[in-house]
Design a binder for this molecule. Structure first.
Ligand code: ZN
Ligand code: ZN
Length: 184
């Protein structure tokens, strides 16, 4: 019960929500490693127009991240994750699954590339990808950096192959780091 007293996680849908609704359970489950309270806001926040890059036909993740970080909340101790079905990028990368700002306690998660349906992929696998990636971004919010162990949830992924390869849990080293962080 190390993290239970510290924070609450709030998911904030950004833009169209129907694809996000399909993964509600996974988003909730993603918090179980960290043993914190979690909720999904029922409303969705419109995406700022300037986040869209017409040349790339994608949304700038940094603009979305700012949008979430700047929100004023009644519970400002809450960790916030903006969750979107928009395809997001940061400069010099084709796309990203998510991004987190640990110092501000906010993150963005995109289900766009994780849940892109292919004929040979089951809906269970798509759900597992969302679960792992949400849990990964939460790990960043709880102070974890990328891990060199490719099985670990905190290893960096830039393809669904890498996401599928990881386990849905953190390695012993990352778990220890979480515990140490909690004792600070
Ligand atoms: Zn990461
Ligand atoms: Zn690890």
């Amino acid at each position: 019960m190390w993290y239970g007293l510290r924070k609450e996680i709030v998911y904030i849908p950004l833009g169209s929500t129907w694809r996000i609704q399909l993964y509600r359970e996974e988003l909730i489950k993603a918090s179980s490693i960290y043993e914190v309270g979690v909720r999904i806001i029922n409303l969705s926040l419109p995406i700022k127009e300037r986040a869209y890059n017409p040349r790339r036909r994608q949304f700038n993740a940094l603009t979305l991240l700012n949008q979430i970080c700047e929100l004023k909340f009644e519970t400002d101790h809450a960790l916030r994750i903006g969750v979107t079905a928009a395809d997001i990028y940061i400069p010099r990368m084709n796309f990203i699954f998510g991004i987190a700002d640990n110092s501000k306690g906010c993150a963005i998660l995109s289900v766009a590339r994780l849940t892109y349906a292919q004929y040979d992929v089951s809906s269970e696998l798509l759900k597992e990808r969302v679960l792992k990636t949400a849990s990964h971004e939460l790990g960043h919010l709880f102070g974890l950096n990328h891990c060199a162990d490719p099985d670990c949830l905190m290893s960096f992924s830039n393809s669904t192959i890498e996401v599928d390869r990881k386990k849905p849990t953190i390695c012993d080293r990352c778990r220890l780091l979480l515990e140490l962080d909690q004792q600070k």
